[in-house]
Design a protein around this ligand. Structure first.
Ligand code: 3HC
Ligand code: NAI
Length: 652
């Protein structure tokens, strides 16, 4: 039964059981309506406890129903009926109460959670706003500033924060359901609390603060419509009466639901989840992992070690000498400290992570490791030397992974005694924060190694995308292609800041030249030098990046790159870069001509698409959706376009 009723004395327990996440599907809504009817009619019932089976409370409306004709009862109508029930409803919330799930909890007369519960209105991430009264009821329960944060920001809050805000009444001390039943019993002696819809909105603490928050949300939206609609809905909630605000909220919700942006965001939501399924190989179980080795404690190695520690693994970091080991250790500790400060981990988890971490200069410390990830210099010979030396110290079944950005992993695998246990795990910087992980399968890898890599990604809470071996895999290969196109445009007539501005306007968080200045120009310079011997002499080559590097302009870290940087970290147009670019156009006999923002973006998008098509042809990328997932998560291709492939396929 999707929704069932049991009784305990005079308390009715209504249970939703709609795996995997108890989404408020049509069957759930019908079941709840029946439960409301039955419990209202039954004189023996004094109060109702609403709870969910499985891993979570209702995680929202059923997104798969959004493209289909709506079926009664609608969630808003059902929730109004529950709110005005003749008996009090207690929401017993575990897991995540999200979107329509939190809206359901808001119409219950009491809310109790367990300690690990999270509550949020993430609709904005799907290009929506709450559409079942959330924008109207929430500012009648908690301060509108906090409501704005939750609705326009879309981030869930933890139970303890929810209690502070007044969003919930209680955190269960013992068993959630038992405590909820006790709360329901106690509620029988009190009058039913006034429905939120009949209460006034909570007063703003300061109009100035509110105006400042609105400005911030608008600035951050960068072309996405739903945060702006969230502001509008909250303004309605503050200014109109509740009934009018509810009608306006529903109209806005329906308009957004049918918009291109929401369709695109829903596409990415499902595409991100589909990538994880690829690792489920029939009949093959992932190998258990507990001890992870990381070789190289630089930018990436330290980040990967921290990511593994944050996921609860035991980690050993190997460096070349004591000095580098100390630096690597410090980097990892700083990241763990920051994670603790940002509330990513509890104090106990922080202590546990520190205890599970060791640093060594000897590969012998990895003798019982289950997976070793190398993140040493980007040089084939260095990497092969490291992998073969490691092998001598490790168990034969230990998986060897490389974090190489561009190099041929088939060649690395062939140089080892265990080619079937070698795989690419390409993290992005900063590795403990960036969600994307490219899992690069070699020609020789076995299924268990692939399945283990996917299971590892899941434990790290990463979005894993499968790629085959090929210079730059998916992400860096596409990025290199549109970077090249952007460089052509420098010679043809644009300046770096023109191209960056066009990309920002399109919705990228930063342009390609700002991004390179941030990452360090020397990294791609090293790659170009490596490839110079094999480069096609007929291919157009832009020397501007090389010339900047030759004069020591490596980007932000040297105070100069495509831009000049002042001490306060601000970027300024560089007269030197400008002169260099014009000289280069002249040297090549190119007549510079103005390139409009529209043409800049058209050239970048075309280049992305043609490279993506080649990746699909060559089987390096599995499908177009994976390319969307990669571009959105690696380089901030605006999520609300659905990624370059979805954007390209849209009508009109
Ligand atoms: N509707 C339909 N399916 C959903 C769903 C939803 N709201 N939420 C999750 N699913 C599906 C996923 O597609 C996935 O399916 P799969 O196994 O076939 O790939 C499965 O449930 C499990 O999801 P995850 O892999 O994401 O599981 P996690 O445990 O990692 O995360 C979660 C669980 C935090 C609930 C996460 O799934 C999530 O964030 N879901 C979306 C929540 C959301 O956005 N809710 C708002 C919906 S819009 C709304 O409510 C409108 C209302 O205001 C009217
Ligand atoms: P880095 O230069 O910051 O760190 C490399 C570290 O490896 C140094 O600390 C060095 O001491 C150590 N090392 C070198 N040889 C070693 C050996 N034999 N044994 C133990 N340690 C050794 O380099 P970074 O940026 O961390 O890159 C590492 C790898 O990750 C490269 O392959 C790079 O292409 C890749 N990568 C880099 C990304 C980035 O944004 N920096 C992103 C994704 C991958």
């Amino acid at each position: 039964m999707t929704v069932s009723i049991q009784t305990r004395g005079n308390i009715a327990i209504v249970t939703i059981d709609n795996p995997p996440v108890n989404a408020a599907s049509h069957a759930v809504r019908l079941g709840l309506q029946n439960a409301l009817h039955q419990t209202s009619q039954d004189d023996a019932v004094q109060a109702v406890v609403l709870h969910c089976a499985g891993r979570t409370f209702i995680a929202g409306a059923d997104i798969t129903e959004f493209g289909t004709p709506s079926q009664d009862p609608s969630l808003p109508d059902l929730l109004t009926q529950i709110e005005t029930a003749s008996k009090p409803w207690v929401a017993a919330i575990h897991g995540t109460a999200l979107g329509g799930g939190l809206e359901t909890a808001l119409v219950c007369h009491y809310r109790i959670t367990d300690r690990a519960t999270k509550l949020g209105l993430p609709e904005v991430n799907l290009g929506l706003i709450p559409g079942a009264g959330g924008t109207v009821r929430l500012p009648r329960l908690i301060a509108p500033e906090h409501a704005l944060e939750m609705i326009a920001g879309g981030k869930p809050v933890a139970a303890t924060r929810a209690l502070e805000l007044g969003l919930i009444d209680q955190i269960a001390e013992g068993d959630l359901l038992e405590d909820a039943i006790a709360l329901a019993q106690a509620s029988g002696a009190r009058p039913i609390p006034l429905p939120l819809i009949e209460r006034p909105v909570v007063a703003l603490s300061s109009q100035d603060k509110w105006d400042g928050m609105i400005r911030k949300v608008k600035a951050k939206a960068r072309g996405q419509n739903s945060p702006i609609a969230a502001i509008k809905a909250l303004e309605n909630a503050l200014e109109l009466g509740a009934p009018a605000a509810l009608v306006a909220e529903r109209a806005l919700f329906l308009e957004l639901r049918d918009s291109d942006q929401s369709k695109a965001l829903r596409h990415i939501f499902f595409a991100e989840r589909a990538t994880a399924q690829v690792g489920r190989i029939k009949g093959v179980a992932a190998a258990p992992l507990s001890h992870i080795g990381v070789v190289g404690g630089g930018t990436m190695g330290a980040g990967i070690a921290a990511a593994c520690l944050l996921a609860g693994y035991r980690v050993t970091l190997i460096e070349r000498n004591e000095e580098a080991a100390d630096t690597g250790r410090d980097r990892v500790h700083v990241t763990l400290d920051q994670s603790r400060k940002r509330g990513v981990i509890t104090l106990a988890a922080h202590l546990q992570a520190v205890e599970s971490f060791q640093v060594s200069t000897s590969y012998a410390a990895l003798s019982d490791a289950d997976l070793v990830i190398e993140a040493v210099f980007e040089d084939m010979q260095v990497k092969i030397d490291v992998l073969t030396a490691l092998e001598a110290e490790m168990r034969p079944e230990t998986i060897l992974a490389t974090n190489t950005s561009y190099l041929d992993i088939n060649e690395m695998a062939a140089a080892t005694q265990r080619p079937s246990r070698v795989i690419g795990l390409h993290f992005f910087s900063p590795a403990h924060i960036m969600k994307l992980l490219e899992i690069v399968v070699t020609d020789s890898v076995d299924d268990q190694t692939t399945a283990t890599a996917f299971a590892f990604a899941k434990r790290l809470k990463k979005i894993a995308v499968r790629a085959k071996v090929g210079e730059g895999f998916i992400a860096n290969r596409i990025m290199s292609a549109y970077r090249r196109e952007a460089e052509y445009m420098l010679e043809d007539g644009a300046m770096p800041w023109d191209i960056d501005a066009a990309m920002r306007d399109f919705g990228f968080p930063m342009g390609i030249f700002e991004m390179q200045d941030l990452a360090g120009l020397d990294i791609s310079w090293a790659m170009r030098k490596r490839l110079s011997a094999t480069r096609d002499p007929d291919q157009r080559y832009v020397d501007i990046g090389d010339k900047l590097c030759e004069s020591g302009h490596f980007g932000r870290k040297t105070g100069r790159g495509y831009y000049d940087y002042t001490e306060d970290g601000r970027a300024h147009h560089s007269a030197e870069t400008s002169a260099l670019i014009k000289d280069e156009s002249q040297r090549k006999g190119i007549t510079r001509a103005h390139i409009s923002d529209k043409i800049i973006m058209a050239r970048i998008l075309d280049r992305i698409r043609s490279e993506a098509a080649a990746l699909l042809d060559q089987g390096i990328a599995r499908c177009a959706d994976d390319i969307d997932v990669v571009m959105v998560n690696a380089f901030g291709f605006p999520r609300w376009t659905g990624g370059p492939m979805f954007y390209q396929s849209r009508p009109g």
